[in-house]
Design a protein around this ligand. Structure first.
Ligand code: NAD
Length: 398
């Protein structure tokens, strides 16, 4: 079977069987794996071979034996996977030493963080390989089945509520017992995008009374459809919608109106889950110290925007703090706490991506396809994404 890249990419025919390599993730705290044993059937049926690094799936509940049974070759020799694989689906970007070993013509797909940390990809970008970033996949209908940000935000939104419920010294549901009635917990969700909506749905399933705030008016209907109350703020008619369903960056004055509402709502909230983000910008600082101090002792605040700096001015990304009896969580990677289903969803996104570039066991990357062009970080030794190119040039001239 051959390997070909169609225009405007190269056309290469290496012959032989397409080999997919699954590496054991090396990032601290990572528990996910890019493909599970259950993912292999459709690949093997196309004549694609799969090699897996020993232990790659263990943290996600997939043993080496399960991969072998599914038809993969399991090896402890990471180097041979790097040098032999044509296609490397990964969760996180491999390190520079691994990048240096990639087979010429290899394709890497994963959360490569090309805009946050392009320097970490510099070795691979300079090599004759193709890099696709899950973060850059255009958020259009046709690409929904490969939208891994969506999958991970869904898992994270669920887990944020479960983490808060575990720490809260109260129950979530209203209970009517012979010993009296317990009122329901009050949950406030800030940012009703993918993660926020899943947080709302999860809190509602647990019986909490939920309020939510978002600058996008379109979010209101979705919030209400989940049985939560949408809190409106008069932002003076300014445009709050950026492109692709995302929010626009707001003026300080508009942000202040949101901050006032948040401080008022925090005073009667047992749990706040905050998810507000603006693509490519630091997370908006929406929660003042006064809002945290207004919460009752024992309350829990989960700042899901921590990877982008956080929505709360007290947030320290990755650090759990106790502030006047309030627990402030700032998790950096909640999906790793649900490794089985996070891997399952991610693996399906990966399989759907692979279906775009491998037809009947032949690798055929068509960079004229808007999904592939959008997701492509670099190809054949040069950055394809203009923002990545600019960031790399800037870093060289610093
Ligand atoms: P995100 O993670 O960038 O932001 C999370 C939420 O924060 C968004 O709802 C945003 O409006 C909100 N926000 C930003 N600034 C705020 C502020 N100052 N105050 C309050 N809230 C603020 O976005 P996301 O969750 O990835 O996606 C947002 C929306 O994009 C989705 O709800 C959906 O409509 C759309 N989307 C479409 C597709 C698709 O078509 N394939 C995929 C993903 C998302």
């Amino acid at each position: 079977m051959g390997t070909s890249f169609s225009a405007p990419a190269l056309v290469v025919d290496r012959g032989g069987i397409l080999l997919i390599g699954i590496l054991k993730e090396t990032a601290t705290g990572e528990t996910r794996v890019a493909l599970l044993p259950e993912s292999l059937k459709s690949l093997l049926a196309q004549g694609i071979a799969v090699t897996v690094e020993a232990g790659a799936g263990v943290a996600a509940g997939a043993s080496d034996a399960a991969y072998t049974e599914a038809g993969a070759i399991v090896t402890a020799d990471r180097g041979s996977i790097l040098t032999d694989a044509d296609l490397l689906p990964v969760v996180n970007a491999p390190g520079a030493a691994d990048q240096a070993r990639l087979k010429p013509g290899a394709v890497v797909i994963g959360f490569l963080k090309p805009l946050d940390n392009p320097e970490a990809l510099a070795t691979a970008i300079a090599r004759p390989v193709t890099l696709f970033s899950m973060e850059l996949v255009p958020r259009i209908s046709r690409a929904q089945s490969i939208d891994a940000l969506y999958s991970m935000a869904t898992v994270a939104g669920y887990k944020a509520i479960i983490a808060a419920a575990g720490l809260l010294p109260r129950l979530f549901p209203m209970l009517m017992t012979a010993a009296g009635t317990i009122p329901p917990a009050r949950v406030f969700v800030i940012g009703a995008g993918v993660a926020g909506l899943q947080a709302i749905a999860t809190a509602r399933r647990l019986g909490a009374v939920v309020e939510a705030y978002d600058v996008r008016a379109a979010a209101g209907e979705q919030v209400r459809s989940l049985g939560a109350k949408f809190l409106d703020v008069d932002l003076g008619g300014i445009s709050t919608e950026g492109g692709g369903g995302y929010a626009a960056e707001l003026t300080e004055e508009a942000l202040d109106r949101g901050r006032d509402l948040i401080t008022r709502t925090a005073a009667h909230s047992d749990v706040i889950v905050t998810t507000a983000q603006v693509p490519g910008r630091p997370a908006p600082r929406l929660i003042r110290r006064a809002a945290v101090e207004a919460m009752r002792p024992g309350s829990v605040l989960v700042d899901m925007a921590a990877p982008a700096g956080g929505n709360c001015e007290l947030t320290r990304p990755g650090v759990t703090q106790s502030i006047g009896g309030i627990t402030l969580l700032a998790p950096l990677n909640l999906p790793t706490e649900v490794p089985v289903h996070a891997s399952q969803l991610y693996a399906r996104n990966i399989l759907n991506f692979v279906a775009l570039i491998a037809k009947k066991g032949v690798l055929a990357v068509d960079l004229a396809d808007e999904v592939l062009a959008g997701a492509c970080v670099a190809h054949e030794g040069s950055p394809v994404n203009p923002r990545v190119a600019r960031l790399l040039t800037d870093s060289l001239t610093r």
